[in-house]
Design a protein around this ligand. Sequence first.
Ligand SMILES: [Fe+2]
Ligand SMILES: [Fe+2]
Length: 309
Amino acid sequence: MTELTRLYPMVQFKKDTWEIDEFDLASMYLLIGSEKAMLIDCGMGVGDLRGAVEMLTDKPLITVISHNHPDHSGNVRQFDEIWINRKELGQDMPYPLEKRRFDTERIAARQKDCIGNPYTMFHLYPYDINVDLREPAPDTKMPVIRELTDGMQFDLGGGRIVTAYECPGHAPGEMVFLDEMTRTLIAGDALNFSLFLMGAPVESALRGLRKIESLKDRYDGIWNGHHDYRAFGAPLDKDCLPTAIRMCEDILAGNYAPVEEPDAWGQKVPLTRQGEKHSWKTTIRRGRNSISFKESNIFEENRQEGGNR
Ligand SMILES: [Fe+2]
Ligand SMILES: [Fe+2]
């Protein structure tokens, strides 16, 4: 079998606490306790993630998925067992190769666009999309799926206990993870500077963001699932959460003015796909923060009716 890349950039930003960068596509996290290790998320599916994790630890692995989007569950088939909120089940895991490939190409194109023409002649990422991103082999087993619920705790040994909290908004069953020993909150896509609320009413998202805020004495930084909102290994800037909360409050109060935004990738890239426009969304901006949401899905009570208020 062709060897898949393991050349992920990795940074140990706290003791036994790693951010693993899937080539600008997504960030995975590895928390190593004295008895077990926890992997949070499985990226878009480029390369041999499990092999890379095994370079860092030989402890039995607990694999948790913050939410089932293509860039967070891509490599689940490399693992024997995963924990995920049941609200995230019901769609492919991983997503079809075509979807994951399209997003992967766009991220790589964005990087080239940022760096400039002289560099486009070099191979910027240590993977080959035709080799390292693939459909699971037909004989690959699905991992055993365990249900992840709000408040669930995982004991990694040596006093390292990780608690999962449900924070719907970006996805219906989005989960965040608090490691009190290192005072680290891993937020998946529940919080960042360009928040897409496509999985739950804004009112539910606000509840989730307030939950993250209520834990603030127990962490000293929030690390989200993509490092294009912050330096690699560094937490989100402290203004991200309070600004997102204020913006959700304003949406609920009807106090907002939509803005025109560039595409979700932030750069013009020479790749387009029919129907790719996010026509469903309304976007508002405050400083560096933007939030995109559905005007038909602001209030929890309207969820079933899908009506406006
Ligand atoms: Fe996502
Ligand atoms: Fe994501």
